[in-house]
Design a protein. Sequence first.
Length: 182
Amino acid sequence: MIGSRTPLKDVYTEFSTGMLPPLPLQKVLRNLLIASGVLLLIYTVLFYPILWTFSLLFFVLAYYYNRSLKFEYEYLIYNDDIHIDKIIANLKRKRKFAGNLQQLKVFTDDPKELNPYRKNAQRMRIRRLNDNRQKTYAMLFSGGDGLECVYINANDEVIRLIKSRQPLTVKLKNSDIPVDVI
């Protein structure tokens, strides 16, 4: 038959960025919280012992802030659904994005490909779910309330799977990743 398309098989892939190291400014803030707690503890023990509980507040804030610095992103693609979760300190999982590849307009690593959509009158929501120190890809989804641009890091398997599901939306600068029909 002309124009018939064989149905795609079920596919599943998972990619994790691994623990992302904190930025230098985040380390400075963490160390500042700990140092403030130590100084306030010394001051309150010497001069106002009844207020030493306030210094514990700095230690508790430093603990929770330090725990929030240990996170990774996990990208799951099952058939046409994509889910991006943020895993904090291997304890808590938060769903940051869920979408359908059928609504994908552009998947690119070239920022110039997004310019026509930025100039468009539609509202564009931007989510940065990536580590800026690695190669970043942009996924532009159309939704009911406008466009949604999601920045991610991806491995070759994720790119290959998106290429096989939505080949017309993938616009990469130089890609030697083969497209397998799944």
